[in-house]
Design a binder for this molecule. Structure first.
Ligand code: FES
Length: 113
């Protein structure tokens, strides 16, 4: 695994997506006091940036056409997107949020133009 510290936990606002520019662009979302999810930042529909979207519990809605993705699994839960997005391992340690983008935790294809 290849962990990269992306922020202090206290600097991540709950319910607000944040872009982390790692080897892949990653959308990081703190959903409650001690739960953080990380997914690929590119929508699988027409490649809009998901950190511009809206969070509702464990879903993130793409701001361009409204598809929702489950932050836990990467599944596309509403049209027009039908393809899941990669999810990444997250750990909270030493007061920081760490993400491993080396190996996604699901088998979704990496969105490419
Ligand atoms: S680009 Fe995200 S739903 Fe169309």
């Amino acid at each position: 695994m290849s962990w990269e510290r992306i922020a202090d936990l206290t600097d991540l606002p709950v319910g607000q997506p944040v872009l982390a520019e790692l080897a892949e662009p990653v959308c990081v979302v703190r959903v409650d006091d001690d739960t953080v999810h990380a997914v690929h930042n590119v929508c699988s529909h027409q490649y809009y940036e998901l950190h511009e979207g809206y969070v509702d519990d464990c879903l993130i809605e793409c701001a361009l056409h409204g598809s929702s993705f489950d932050l836990r699994t990467g599944s596309a839960d509403s049209l027009p997107a039908v393809t899941p997005i990669p999810t990444y391992a997250v750990k909270i340690a030493d007061g920081g949020v760490w993400v491993d983008v080396e190996q996604p935790t699901n088998d979704a294809p990496v969105p490419r133009h």
